[in-house]
Design a protein around this ligand. Structure first.
Ligand code: HEC
Length: 302
């Protein structure tokens, strides 16, 4: 039996596996950089359409079928549509129903206080805003008539055709027609928002009934320190509408003591958490309510 032998099958196999693994990792590394770079390039070149709408403007309703058709056609070519609802009183639920009923099958957002609409120069709904990355390509109506049969110029379609050809649209702006924006008061900006002036009242009125010492909720939200500690969770559970716990489903029946946050309150809580939960001037913060007189007495003779 010879003791000198060439490397056996297993040893070679082992070496090969390591070599392959090395190449594999190198490829993954290159892959990552490539993905990151091309994502950034994609975002800069991406053609997007923001559609500013309202659930009760008749013109928006009439043009919705045309919008649905255009969206389906252009989404397939890589254009990204988002609907924004800036008017006061819109709710997630109402907008979701509206989009579904009109077969508008693309993402939507509430634009509480209309800050996005205003910063995009939108004064009338419906208005469409076409961009390539951050560059504004077209702002105005989708086309030039309320009724489909009367449409002569297809502004949006023309703008998208030009955009995908890498060109500037011939018409960059046209006068929108429909309903004036009714966005209500803006929500406090990142710089303004604070506990004392904006969020203490919302938390006191909607959360402390359970979130105070000795009550059903597992922690207290009384006072700035507690609220600050929980700020990100407060924003999360309120935007997901998990808190306050609904006693009933929205739209089913009327409840006199409905505990539900408004969209403005939810947006304000989110903005505050995002800003890092600033306190503001705590001497001006509303005091936590006294609960002694509230609630149902277990003993009716009391
Ligand atoms: C009717 C009583 C009640 C009200 C009102 C209420 N909560 Fe709660 N909350 C609870 C209870 C009970 C829990 C713990 C059980 C659970 O997780 O569902 C909880 C848990 C939480 C949690 C922990 C996270 C989680 O997912 O469980 C957060 C954050 C929270 N509440 C925030 C709030 C905020 C903010 C408000 C006001 C806008 C609020 N709650 C109003 C009863 C309430």
């Amino acid at each position: 039996m010879s003791t000198n032998r060439a490397p056996g099958r297993t040893e070679l196999g082992f070496l090969r596996v390591w070599a392959l693994a090395g190449v594999g990792f190198a490829t993954i590394g290159l892959g990552w950089t490539f993905v990151a770079d091309s994502k950034a390039a994609d975002a800069a070149n991406k053609v997007t359409v923001s559609v500013y709408m309202s659930t009760d403007c008749p013109v928006a309703m009439r043009t919705a079928p045309r919008l649905a058709k255009l969206e389906t056609e252009w989404e397939a070519k890589g254009v990204e549509f988002t609907a924004y609802f800036p008017n006061e009183g819109e709710t997630q639920r109402r907008v979701a129903d509206y989009m579904r009923d009109r077969k508008l099958d693309f993402p939507f957002r509430l634009d509480v206080g209309g800050s996005k609409a205003k910063s995009s120069g939108v004064e009338i709904v419906p208005t469409v805003v076409v961009r390539r990355g951050d560059e504004l390509l077209y702002r105005g109506p989708m086309d030039d008539a309320k009724v489909t049969e009367e449409v002569k110029t297809h502004y949006l379609k023309d703008a998208l055709t030009a955009a995908l050809d890498g060109k500037e649209p011939k018409i960059k702006e046209a006068e929108a027609f429909g309903c004036y924006l009714m966005a209500g008061d803006p929500i406090p900006t990142m710089e303004e928002v604070n506990y004392a002036e904006h969020t203490a009242a919302i938390i006191n009125d909607n959360c402390l009934v359970c979130h105070r010492p000795g009550e059903v909720a597992p922690f207290s939200l009384e006072g700035y320190d507690n609220a600050r500690k929980w700020s990100r969770m407060i924003a999360k559970v309120s935007s997901e509408r998990r808190m306050p716990p609904w006693l009933a489903v929205e739209g089913v029946g009327e409840f006199s003591h409905e505990m539900r946050l408004t969209e403005r309150e939810i947006a304000t809580l989110a903005q505050w958490a995002e800003a890092g939960a600033p306190s503001g001037d705590l001497s001006k913060a509303p005091k936590a309510p006294s609960f002694r007189s509230v609630g149902v007495s277990a003993n009716p003779t009391c």
